[in-house]
Design a protein around this ligand. Structure first.
Ligand SMILES: Cc1ncc(COP(=O)(O)O)c(C=O)c1O
Length: 382
């Protein structure tokens, strides 16, 4: 066979797969990958079984099961005060990552620049590059991970086509404030810059922080793709189901790519979710539910040597270890997995240049007994 040049020559296997495999190999507790290890709501499982038994097993509408899109529109109106049209603004997708990828694919032409705030979820840069785009990275400010708007503005060029934002943020747990959206609005006004807003943790905010969806900002909404994930909201990450909300002119292009990639998303799950979205409590309880997990984990880890950073949302909290180890964060994470039986993620992997602030990411979206066992092992670390 003739060799061909790789489209992603610098990409290896994602760290999440690497750390999860290492966790399995060493029988370690897996606080690395972002997924719950507790059961999802059996009512939702029941609704899927019911949908399958009732025959909802064939392709559904290319853009998403119509009643589900209606429910999503009502939820957006209720939560963010935005009126979106299920017909022309909402597309149901096989997961949030797929929605992000599709948005980038339908917009980017070779040489287009996309501003990425780092640390960043690891799909962004490869998804830009495979589409011929150029990722222009801007660091968030350590250790608060707040946005340096001067630096973001300085990164804008005539080739800037998009900016990707993520709130609540993986891996840091930081959240965007209303003032950040106003800065962004000011920055893009009069330009051709589009926004890709990754809001898969939209329901997971703590300490009274209200999620600042881009959908709350009418001026920004006109140039934005907002991506969400039912997997994260309903403890079923393995279902891979989410959606993208965008104005009609962007949705039209999004669907051109979507229709020839997967065409339609899993039908029984969509039928079930269309009913389940009546259950407001299922997502309204999430801030309290996950905040209790964050606080329980912090309490359990009080006597550990780690210095924890602030987490205002998401499944994640970062911890610094630089006062007791000078190892680089990858070495440190591997040692934690192999010698202490707890798998975590080194934060340097979320930077293109591997910036190492000696912080690691814990996922606390786990059952109490998982957190207890992990803390027992980590408290022995010195
Ligand atoms: C920031 C961010 N975006 C998107 C996703 C993926 O969502 P989905 O599983 O629905 O593709 C994740 C999952 O970890 C994430 O952390």
């Amino acid at each position: 066979m003739n060799a061909f040049p790789s489209k992603l020559p610098h990409v290896g296997t994602t760290i999440f797969t690497v750390m999860s495999s290492l966790a399995l190999e060493h029988n370690a507790i897996n606080l690395s990958q972002g997924f719950p290890d507790f059961p999802m709501d059996p009512d939702l499982i029941g609704l899927v079984s019911k949908a399958m038994s009732a025959g909802a097993n064939q392709y559904t509408h290319m853009n998403g099961y119509i009643p589900l899109r209606g429910q999503i529109a009502s939820k957006i109106e209720r939560l963010y005060g935005a009126s979106v049209d299920p017909e022309t603004n909402i597309t149901v997708t096989p997961g949030g990552t797929y929605a992000l990828y599709t948005a980038l694919t339908c917009v980017l032409h070779p040489g287009d620049e996309v501003i990425v705030l780092e640390p960043a979820y690891d799909s962004y840069i490869p998804s830009i590059e495979v589409n011929g785009g150029i990722a222009v990275t801007v660091p968030l400010q350590f250790p608060s991970y707040s946005i340096d708007w001067e630096r973001v503005r300085a990164a804008v060029t005539t080739k800037t086509r998009m900016l990707i934002l993520n709130t609540p943020h993986n891996p840091t747990g930081s959240v965007w404030k209303a003032s950040d959206f106003l800065e962004l609005q000011d920055m893009v006004r009069g330009t051709r810059i589009l926004i890709l807003s990754d809001e898969v943790y939209e329901h997971i905010t703590f300490d009274g922080y209200q999620h600042q969806s881009i959908l709350r900002y009418p001026e920004l909404r006109e140039r934005a793709f907002a991506c969400s994930s039912f997997g994260k909201s309903y403890h079923c990450t393995g279902w891979k189901i989410g959606y993208c909300v965008a104005p009609a002119w962007l949705t039209k292009e999004f669907r051109k790519v979507h229709q020839f990639n997967c065409f339609s998303t899993n039908t029984p799950a969509q039928v079930a979710l269309a009913t389940y979205l009546d259950n407001y409590e299922a997502y309204e309880s999430l801030p309290g539910f996950f905040q209790a997990k964050r606080d329980y984990f912090l309490e359990l880890m009080r006597d550990s040597p780690f210095a924890f950073l602030d987490s205002k949302g998401s499944y994640f909290i970062l911890a610094s270890y630089k006062h007791f180890s000078q190892e680089d964060d990858k070495e440190f994470s591997v040692r934690l997995t192999k010698d202490h039986g707890v798998a975590v993620i080194p934060v340097s992997v979320f930077y293109r240049d591997g910036k190492d602030d000696k912080v690691i990411r814990f996922c606390f979206a786990k059952a109490e007994k998982t957190l207890e066992e992990a803390a027992l092992r980590l408290r022995k670390l010195r």
